[in-house]
Design a binder for this molecule. Structure first.
Ligand SMILES: Nc1nc2c(c(=O)[nH]1)N[C@H]1C(S)=C(S)[C@@H](COP(=O)(O)O)O[C@H]1N2
Ligand SMILES: [Mo]
Length: 237
């Protein structure tokens, strides 16, 4: 099994307190630009640099400060709501479905970005088709095994070809820290839309506002800047 942290840099678990600190650092990074980050990276070494924005390292986020631990054998994904055929899918069920692979930069609104991240998973559109999502549905909500994070996509966004229920990252099962064994990946949006430890998909007649959106992030997290999210640093304290 590939060790993501050996590939991507220092393993840096982020609890809630550290997480809020990182948001502050993220805001500072946006304000001071790359030169400060380069200075810190060069003079203080990669250990501290890995805590700062930039440097092509993942930051591990969990709004609860803990990482749910779910084995691939115990994992279940519940698909429900406005569907003809509600389903509960195991990890093996997902592996047996049509899959696509994606290579795309992963980007957080706080300023860090990891290029060329490899994902493999089942297109959400395929799952929606499989369960017979009703034609009147307007949105899809996502739940996490952490019991705290929620996300949503409009029904059109949910049908984008590259939105996947990801079960592999860099050729191995998505690790616990990165939201494994199964997370959502929305490649065209900021990282907060890519819900970790995915437990449920609900087809809805309204779009619910997720955790990050309740805390100031736009519901549409497009990376292309179309929603005005070019220099975001919402105050989450
Ligand atoms: N369940 C859950 N999913 C989550 C988050 C979280 O705290 N909890 N953080 C989001 C944010 S803001 C980002 S940038 C990415 C970070 O993914 P990583 O922890 O794999 O680096 O996960 C997103 N999905
Ligand atoms: Mo993020």
């Amino acid at each position: 099994m590939v060790d993501e942290f050996a590939v991507n840099g220092t393993k840096t678990p982020v609890g809630r307190r550290m997480f809020l600190g990182l948001l502050a650092l993220g805001a500072a990074g946006v304000a001071f630009g790359a030169s400060v980050q380069n200075f810190v990276g060069n003079k203080l070494g990669s250990g501290l640099a890995s805590l700062l924005p930039g440097g092509d390292h993942f930051r591990i986020y969990s709004i609860t400060g803990t990482y749910p631990s779910i084995s691939t054998t115990k994992y279940r994904l519940k698909v429900s709501g406005l569907v003809d055929q509600p389903m509960t899918l195991s990890y093996a069920d997902l592996q047996a479905l049509p899959s696509i692979e994606i290579v795309k930069a992963f980007q957080c609104v706080t300023g860090w970005r990891v290029p060329n991240v490899h994902w493999k998973g089942v297109p959400l559109s395929h799952i929606l088709q499989m369960v017979g999502a009703h034609s009147g549905a307007v949105a899809v909500s996502f739940d996490s095994y952490d019991g705290a994070d929620t996300e949503s996509l409009s029904i059109d966004q949910a049908h984008l070809a590259d939105v996947i229920v990801a079960y592999e990252m860099y050729g191995a099962t998505v690790s616990r820290e990165h939201g494994g064994p199964v997370r959502l990946v929305v490649p065209e949006m900021y990282g907060y839309k890519s819900l970790k430890w995915l437990s449920g998909i609900r087809v809805m007649d309204e779009q619910l506002v997720g955790y990050w959106e309740q805390n100031g992030y736009p519901v549409n997290g497009w990376l292309d800047g179309s929603t005005g999210l070019t220099n975001p640093s919402p105050n989450l304290s």
